[in-house]
Structure formats: C-alpha cells, structure tokens
Design a protein. Structure first.
Length: 201
C-alpha cells in the first residue's frame, strides 16, 4: 500500500465498504471516533414512503464507528468526491466532512465522511429500539422492504468481519417477528431490487 499520508481517503460505514464503485489504491479497516453508525435517517423513497417511512444508515454524533477507509491518489480526489456526492447527496440529508480516522495499522489520516444532517427533515436521530424496529418493519420503497436492507447490511458487515451490536440486536428482533419472505412490490407498481446500492455511505 502507498504511504497513507500520500493518499486522499473516504470513510465508508455502509455500502461503500463492500461496493465503493470507484478505483482505489488502498482499502483498510478504520476507526472513526466521535460518531457511530445508526439507522437515523428516514427513507421516504428507497426503503419507505412519506406515509410509512423506513430507516437507512447515517453517521450520528457520539461513540465510535468501525468501517473501511478507501484511499486514492490526490490527483483523483475531485473525481472521487464528484462520484460520491452524486451517489450520496440525492436529497442532501448527509453532510460531507473531513474527519480523523485511525487505520488498522495505527496510521492516523483525515478522511471524507458523509454524516447525517441534524437539521434535515429526514433526520430521525437515535430512536428507541422499539421505534427503529417498527419503522424497519413498515418501510417498503422502490428499493424493496426496509427489513431486507437492514438484514443485508448486517450480513455484509459479518462477511467483512465488522461487528455492530446495535444492528445485530435489531436483526434479532426482526428475525423473531418477520421471517424471510419474497420482496413486496412498492405501491407505485415498480419492481423492487434487493441488490441495489443501499443508502448511507
């Protein structure tokens, strides 16, 4: 791997960890302090509706988050950020910040990260677990059921060896009340896809 100080980094806490979507020169497990991964953003389109919102991932203040840092040469920073902004900023519920992260090898670098905006109407905050489960169970959007989104996220986290106790607890609750089932068509008649990129970086 190139010298971490010579690269520009992006921090992934959701789908960027397994589906970055752009060429990169480095990929490392990383820890971000002061923020945690949470189902803290209402989904009104992809995994829910205005009448019955689901929840998708964001970074909320407090605690820490283990994710993956993705490094590119400095001359590709603008292209990487243009791609990520287009991917993550469809409704501007996230704010792009440069935050300090620690790579698995102990190196400290600054990384671009997309954090949930607390002033956005889709910001849900850290809801009680019962409320999270209720929203996940009710949410169905053009991307399919929110239940599938949460289960798929946890499955990917397990595959890459990153544990998340909050999400694991939610999935245990979901498994107890909502066995796996075929996708439910959204209200607009379009075909949901379980394989589309989930919201939240």
């Amino acid at each position: 791997m190139a010298d971490p100080a010579d690269l520009v980094w992006a921090f992934g806490y959701g789908s960027l960890m397994w589906n970055p979507g752009f060429a990169h020169d480095a990929f490392a497990t990383a820890r971000l302090e002061g923020w945690h991964r949470a189902l803290c953003v209402y989904s009104w389109h992809y995994r829910g509706t205005h009448a019955a919102p689901g929840l998708v991932l964001g970074l909320a203040e407090g605690g820490e988050c283990t994710g993956r840092a993705i490094g590119v040469p400095r001359q590709r920073e603008a292209a990487m950020l243009a791609y990520l902004d287009e991917r993550e900023q469809t409704n501007y519920v996230y704010e792009r910040l440069r935050l300090p992260v620690t790579l698995a090898g102990g190196e400290a670098v600054d990384a671009w990260a997309y954090v949930a905006r607390t002033d956005h109407p889709q910001y849900a905050g850290d809801l009680p677990e019962d409320e999270v489960v209720r929203h996940v169970l009710q949410g169905v959007g053009v991307g399919g059921p929110c239940v599938d989104y949460v289960r798929n996220t946890v499955a990917h986290l397990r595959e890459i060896g990153i544990g998340d106790q909050r999400l694991e607890a939610i999935v245990r609750r979901l498994d107890a009340v909502a066995p796996l089932s075929p996708p439910v068509p959204p209200a607009d008649g379009s075909t949901p896809s379980r394989s589309g990129p989930p919201a939240g970086a």
